[in-house]
Design a protein around this ligand. Sequence first.
Ligand SMILES: Cc1cc2nc3c(=O)[nH]c(=O)nc-3n(C[C@H](O)[C@H](O)[C@H](O)COP(=O)(O)O)c2cc1C
Length: 354
Amino acid sequence: MQWQNELTRRLGITYPLIQAPMLGITTPAMVAAISNSGGLGSLPVGGLPPERVTALIREVKGLTQQPFAVNLFTYELPDFNNHKAFNDMQEFLQFLYGANRIAAAPVAFKEVTLISYRDQLNAVMAAGIKLVSFTFGMPDAAAIALLKEHHTVLIGTATSVAEAEAIQAAGVDMVVAQGIEAGGHRGAFLSGELPQVGTMALVPQMVDRVRIPVIAAGGIMDGRGIAAARMLGAAGAQTGSIYLRSHESAAMPSHKAALADITDTDTHLTRAFSGRWARGLHNILMDEVDASGLTISDYPYQAALTQPISKVAKELDNPAFTAMWAGQAAGMAKAWSAADIFAELIRETECLLP
Ligand SMILES: Cc1cc2nc3c(=O)[nH]c(=O)nc-3n(C[C@H](O)[C@H](O)[C@H](O)COP(=O)(O)O)c2cc1C
């Protein structure tokens, strides 16, 4: 089958298949496995200190000579000063932890560290990265101009046609159409109600309205999904949940185990962990925060509040207190190596579209 298209040519890859960046899950080994297989691995660095960005890029480069993307969170840091909401949530969380015999340090509002994508750009460009994807918004005009001066190909994330049009108008090269099925955070960034458009409805409408290549994401778990995305006009597919159980995934064992048993209705959208809408599996923290009726602080303040317990829970392999992100089709994820999962995607798609 003919895999080569505008996307593969611009990205310098063999197959128009992108491993979704998944902060906290994606390891350098996962990125390298996909890039070495002819797809595009994506290294998530949203919110990480520049020196960590440099170290992670170096690690990936030690494992592959093929192209890979670096993924940024391109939102404007919020002017958030609702100390009461922050403190009330903190008090509630500490009570919840105590009631469940688990402990994590409280967080002082003034100690919340905010790292903008702007602070990371030098590290990304100094490392010679030429493919940058982003979510939660768009880089500002100056950042786009700077990245373009460095001959960087830019990949945005849109959850509606209007967002894709804004991304195109800013001069971004290609766009991920993130359907509501997708695991992890919603990339939505325009004000107003959260777009909740499914991949099947989003992709063809986006393809009809923008000239830049559209990459389908959300609920794609096998060759059927990739073939369907192509039929809808997508130039490629970005898949995340499919790699959650892979050998290279940093998901804790209980997260991987839970995915083996879930059905199509087991994931939910919540702001409980970070202050931004994201899709994952139910657990105590999600359910209790959502039911509390308390004001959830803006991203990333809520994320800062839940970060210490998340760290403790991961160390203890306790699924009740850390986010277990998953897409609506994550129950189809295989506990294989990332390279084997990728090879199977190619094989299945080629059977359907000879
Ligand atoms: C665990 C997890 C973490 C994610 N983290 C990021 C991220 O750091 N940056 C990003 O652009 N997208 C992130 N996403 C969203 C993916 O890019 C993509 O939209 C999604 O995985 C596609 O849907 P699927 O999970 O059904 O394959 C994440 C998704 C998951 C499941």
